[in-house]
Write a protein that binds this ligand. Structure first.
Ligand code: DGL
Length: 266
């Protein structure tokens, strides 16, 4: 068996959304060798049938397995909701997934009214509906699917963009009218438009996303399974995509705030 320090942690999303999670993982675990995959050729997952998402997740997990991974992070709420149980059945290493941070929102909310922004895929999944039932019985939870938002963020429209601003206004105004005091970002793409969201909702509403919590959970799992990398060397992150190298590369470099060299996954 290969030493844990030589094994990678695979992190993936339908596209660039998972970078919002990768940022927390890299900050918390800087010695860990990370490989990020943007499955941009199949983006968005949120409007695809579950069978396609399951196939993609298995294909990507095989790719990471061939690259000697010791853990996988599904930095995507939609992929987690649809297929994490399939991956956990097939692979024995830790597989960490995302879910909308409803529990922390319920604990934090004063008014008892929370909004949750998600993709259609997450909204319609059994896993999300179970989560809602578990925590949502004593709270007024307004679930707002956001069709089209992931595609706009993938196109790099994250700051000062009127189209995205108007789109977000349409999604957020009904939540404001119903008196939310807490807003859960249930898709890893959405943290990239927090400044636009803030402009619309103001400063008094708490925004919660799961990126930090996932990095803590990954650290816990690595410790539990004795998979930590002890060395003090900071490994460069490898970036891969199934999409167009030029287009995806320029958006990743913009959002990662660093030029990245991107490789093509077959
Ligand atoms: N970032 C993915 C998520 O968290 C987006 C899904 C999509 O491609 O629609 O759900």
């Amino acid at each position: 068996m290969m030493q844990p320090s030589k094994q990678i942690i695979g992190v993936f999303d339908s596209g660039i959304g998972g970078l919002s999670v990768l940022k927390h993982i890299h900050a918390r675990l800087p010695n860990e060798p990370l490989v990020y995959l943007a499955d941009s050729a199949f983006m968005p997952y949120g409007c695809k049938p579950p069978s396609i998402i399951e196939d993609r997740c298995l294909h990507i997990a095989d790719f990471f397995t061939k690259h000697h991974c010791k853990a996988i992070v599904l930095a995507c709420n939609t992929a987690t909701a649809v297929s994490i149980h399939h991956l956990r059945k097939k692979y024995s290493y830790p597989i960490i997934g995302m879910e909308p941070a409803i529990k922390p929102a319920v604990i934090r909310s004063q008014t008892g009214v929370i909004g949750v922004l998600v993709t259609n895929g997450t909204a319609n999944s059994e896993k999300f509906n179970q989560l809602k039932q578990r925590f949502g019985t004593h709270i007024n939870m307004i679930v707002q699917p956001c069709p089209g938002l992931v595609e706009s963020i993938e196109a790099g429209n994250t700051v000062n963009n009127t189209v995205v601003y108007e789109m977000l206004k349409g999604f957020l105004q009904p939540l404001l009218q119903q008196g939310i005091d807490t807003l859960v970002l249930g898709c890893t793409h959405y943290p990239f438009v927090i400044p636009l969201i803030r402009d619309i909702i103001g400063e008094h509403i708490t925004i919660i996303d799961s990126g930090h919590a996932i990095s803590c959970e990954l650290e816990r799992q690595l410790n539990l399974h004795h998979l930590r990398t002890p060395s003090k060397t900071i490994e460069p992150i490898q970036f891969w995509t199934s999409g167009d190298i030029q287009c995806v590369g320029s958006v990743i470099s913009k959002l990662w705030q660093h030029p990245v060299s991107l490789r093509k996954m077959a």
